[in-house]
Design a binder for this molecule. Structure first.
Ligand code: DAH
Length: 372
C-alpha cells in the first residue's frame, strides 16, 4: 500500500517520488470496480484530513525550506489537479464501463479515424502522357523507355543524322562536358528527342514491334511561355512486313480521335526528318473552335485562327535507319515501318487551356491542384 514519503532532505527534483505517487494512483484507480470502491478510493486520495493529497501538502509543501516553497507549491498544485482528474475519470469509467486507468494511460483510440494525408495527384503532363500511352496500349503497343543521357550514336548517327549534318542544328543540343577524348559516337549528350529509343529497342527486339516511348528530353531553349530546356515527348514505332503510309494515317487518325474526341479531323502536311522518308506533320482540327478559327465572335487562340493544330511529326522509317539494326532482323528490303513523335507538354497546354508552359514546371500547388 502506497504511503507518502517524507521529503526530509527536501530533494531538489523529486521526480521519482512524483512518479511513484502517480503509479500508485493509477494502480488503485484500476482496481476500482463499484461506486462504493470509488468512494473509498476518493477519500483515500482526497480526504481533507489524512488523504494522500493532504499528506503531500504537509510533507512536501509545508515541510519545504523557504527557498523551495514556490517550486514545491507549483508541483503540488499540478499533482492535485492530476489526482482530481483521475479520481473524476475513474467515476466516469465505472459509469460508462470504460476503465479510467486504461482510458488515461492508453490514449491511443484505434477507432478514431486516422490522420488523413493528402494523396498526391498525377501531374497534368504525366496524366496527359498516360492518356496518350493508354490509347496506343489499347492498339497492342507496349511501352519502352531509354536513358536521358544518351550517346551521339543513338541520338543522331543511327537516326541518319551524319556527323556535321546541318539537320543536327535543329536540335539545340546540350552536350555533356569533357567528352572530346572519346570517339565521336560515344560522346554523351542530353537526348534531344525520344527517337533514340527506337534504335535501342530494335537492337533488343526483333520485328514485328509496336512500341510507344514516353520520356523527358532536353534542348538548349531558354524557358518562356512555350519553351523549356526540359520537356516531354511520346514516340511511337511500328515495324512489320508491308507496313504502309496508309497504316500510319489510319493509326494516327484513330489515336487523335481517341484522345481529342471523335469529332476531330486529321490532316497530313509534308515535312522532313532525317530518320523518316517520307515525313509528315499531323494536324488535328481545332477542338476548341471546331475548325472554324473563331470562338463565337472572338478569334480562336489555340489554333491561331487557322482551325488546325499541329500535334506531331511522323513518317515512314527511313531504310538508312534499318541499316543500323539490320543484323537483328530489320532488313530494309523485307520490313517497313512508321514512326511518330509528339510533344506531351504542348498537348497538355492545349488540352487544359493553359497559356504558359512554365506553370507546369514551377509546381505551385495552387496551380496543380486544379488538375487533381
Ligand atoms: N524526334 C522528332 C523531334 O523531336 C519528332 C519525330 C518526328 C519523331 C517524326 C518521329 C518521327 O518518330 O517519325 O523533332
Amino acid at each position: 500500500m502506497y504511503t507518502v514519503p517524507n521529503l526530509k532532505e527536501y530533494l531538489s527534483d523529486p521526480i521519482q517520488q512524483v512518479a511513484d505517487l502517480l503509479t500508485a494512483l493509477h494502480e488503485e484507480a484500476g482496481a476500482v470496480q463499484t461506486e462504493s470502491d470509488w468512494k473509498v478510493f476518493r477519500d483515500r486520495w482526497m480526504a481533507r484530513k489524512g488523504g494522500i493529497l493532504a499528506q503531500v501538502n504537509d510533507l512536501w509543501l509545508r515541510a519545504a525550506p523557504p527557498e523551495r516553497k514556490r517550486d514545491a507549491g507549483k508541483r503540488v498544485n499540478d499533482l492535485k489537479a492530476r489526482v482530481e482528474e483521475i479520481v473524476e475519470a475513474t467515476l466516469q469509467g465505472i459509469r460508462t464501463g470504460v476503465p479510467a486507468a486504461r482510458a488515461d494511460s492508453d490514449r491511443l483510440d484505434i477507432t478514431l479515424p486516422g490522420i488523413q494525408r493528402a494523396i498526391g495527384a498525377e501531374h497534368p503532363i504525366i496524366k496527359t502522357m498516360n492518356e496518350v500511352v493508354a490509347v496506343f496500349r489499347n492498339l497492342g503497343y507496349s511501352v519502352e523507355e531509354g536513358p536521358e543521357i544518351e550517346t551521339d550514336y543513338y541520338n543522331f548517327e543511327a537516326l541518319n543524322f551524319p556527323p556535321n549534318h546541318p539537320a543536327r542544328d535543329t536540335q539545340d543540343t546540350l552536350f555533356i562536358a569533357n567528352q572530346r577524348t572519346k570517339p565521336p559516337r560515344e560522346q554523351l549528350l542530353l537526348r534531344t528527342h525520344t527517337s533514340p529509343v527506337q534504335i535501342r529497342t530494335m537492337e533488343k527486339m526483333e520485328p514485328p514491334i509496336r512500341i510507344v516511348i514516353p520520356g523527358k528530353v532536353y534542348r538548349n531553349d531558354p524557358p518562356d511561355a512555350s519553351h523549356s530546356p526540359m520537356f516531354h515527348q511520346i514516340e511511337g514505332l511500328a515495324v512489320d512486313t508491308n507496313i504502309t503510309f496508309g497504316d500510319l494515317k489510319g493509326t494516327l487518325d484513330h489515336a487523335m480521335k481517341a484522345f481529342f474526341g471523335s469529332s476531330v479531323k486529321t490532316s497530313f502536311r509534308p515535312s522532313f526528318f532525317p530518320f523518316t522518308e517520307p515525313s509528315a506533320e499531323l494536324l488535328v482540327s481545332c477542338f476548341v473552335c471546331g475548325g472554324s478559327g473563331k470562338r463565337s465572335t472572338e478569334p480562336c487562340r489555340p489554333c491561331k485562327q487557322t482551325g488546325w493544330i499541329e500535334t506531331l511529326g511522323c513518317g515512314m522509317v527511313d531504310p538508312n535507319v534499318f541499316e543500323f539494326v539490320k543484323d537483328n532482323g530489320y532488313d530494309p528490303s523485307k520490313v517497313s515501318g512508321f514512326a511518330f513523335g509528339m510533344g506531351a507538354d504542348r498537348i497538355a497546354l492545349l488540352k487544359y487551356g493553359v497559356d504558359d508552359l512554365q506553370l507546369f514546371f514551377q509546381n505551385d500547388v495552387r496551380f496543380l491542384r486544379q488538375f487533381a
